[in-house]
Ligand binder design. Structure first.
Ligand code: ADP
Ligand code: MG
Length: 324
């Protein structure tokens, strides 16, 4: 029983009847006016599950909003407002000062206003619902990919997951000391790719943000678009800081690690030059990593076309639970 089996069995009641798009994409879509839609998304961060309880509260405030804005970016929406529900184990003014500073510096930078929420005592848990806006019919959905489209991803992958592994003590001493300290920024201060998302509305056919791992998240585009995505291993932008771990292990982190909050997207081949120009303009590398074809699933091949076995899969909170 996986996270998505639970959603599918208990919470996904089929295509939305009263709104434009319901369960199943990075955001839901609601008509806002004749010309506009609102995009709505919720993401929750739980202490001990999504972050270490002693994490810097300033970075936690930033990240709690950033992961939600990343879902708006994945639809091509501009942030407008958000709500904040927070459970706190105790009143700690210094912690709250820092948390609020991190939260509002990102909110203010993106013009996104806190409009409400809920505050309670309990195990530390933060749930944000973010609301964005976009021109009607322009959203980047997971189901828009077409056969023959290129598959792209922004930035560099695997850094955040390597930091999680290091902090969890899963990297042996030498490996851990060879990771640069700046890599922690990739985990603690993710940058939602909002400018990329809005620009891609004109260039991409489908998009998703990479929160659970590249293969797992591209799997959602493959499922929803009913296509096979074939990736070339040597084109996957592995975070250069991971080179000390060896090529195979670094590639594993890039393909299956989560928390990168880059955008993976599909686009027609005729948009290649425009996408490369967009990456140059934004100062954000955009890598063409594969192609969409008839079929199903996501596969990875090496430079000789041989399949690459990926030892780890993406993150699933309920993977391994019995089916019942
Ligand atoms: P994301 O990683 O983009 O935040 P998720 O993988 O968490 O998306 O969720 C997949 C889809 O299932 C999304 O459309 C999300 O809104 C929906 N979803 C997740 N949990 C629930 C729930 N408890 N009730 C209804 N919809 C849910
Ligand atoms: Mg998402």
């Amino acid at each position: 029983m996986g996270e998505f089996d639970i959603i599918g069995r208990y919470f996904d009641r089929g295509p939305a009847r009263r709104v434009d798009l319901g369960v199943g994409d990075d955001c839901a879509l609601l008509g806002a006016s004749v010309s506009d839609q609102r995009a709505i998304t919720t993401d929750m961060l739980v202490a001990g599950r999504h972050f270490f309880a002693d994490v810097d509260p300033r970075s936690l405030g930033h990240k709690a909003l950033a992961v939600n804005l990343s879902d708006l970016a994945a639809m091509g929406a501009r942030p407008e407002a958000f709500t904040l529900a927070i459970a706190l184990p105790a009143f700690e003014p210094q912690w709250l000062d820092a948390f609020a500073a991190g939260l509002f510096s990102l909110a203010d930078a993106e013009g996104c206003e806190l409009i409400g929420g809920d505050t309670t005592r309990g195990p530390l848990c933060i749930s944000i619902t973010a609301i964005g806006r976009l021109p009607a019919g322009s959203a980047l959905r997971r189901d828009g990919d077409q056969p023959g489209d290129d598959v792209w991803v922004s930035g560099a992958l695997g850094g955040a997951a390597a930091v999680v592994a290091m902090r969890a003590g899963q990297l042996a001493g030498r490996d851990a000391t060879h990771l640069p300290e700046t890599l922690a920024l990739r985990l603690d201060w993710p940058q939602p790719r909002l400018a990329l998302g809005t620009e891609l509305r004109h260039l991409a056919s489908a998009a998703i943000d990479v929160s659970d791992g590249l293969l797992a998240d591209l799997g959602h585009i493959a499922d929803r678009s009913r296509l096979a995505l074939q990736l070339q291993a040597e084109r996957v932008p592995v975070d250069p800081s991971l080179s000390a771990l060896g090529a195979a292990r670094a590639l594993d982190f890039a393909l299956a690690g989560g928390d990168d909050y880059e955008l993976a997207f599909a686009a027609p081949a005729e948009n290649r030059l425009a996408i490369e120009a967009l990456g140059a303009r934004l100062g954000l590398p955009l890598s063409r990593i594969g192609v969409a074809l008839a079929g199903e699933g996501v596969s990875v091949a090496d430079a000789h076309g041989r399949p690459v076995a990926v030892t780890a899969r993406g993150f699933d909170h309920f993977a391994g639970e019995p089916q019942h």
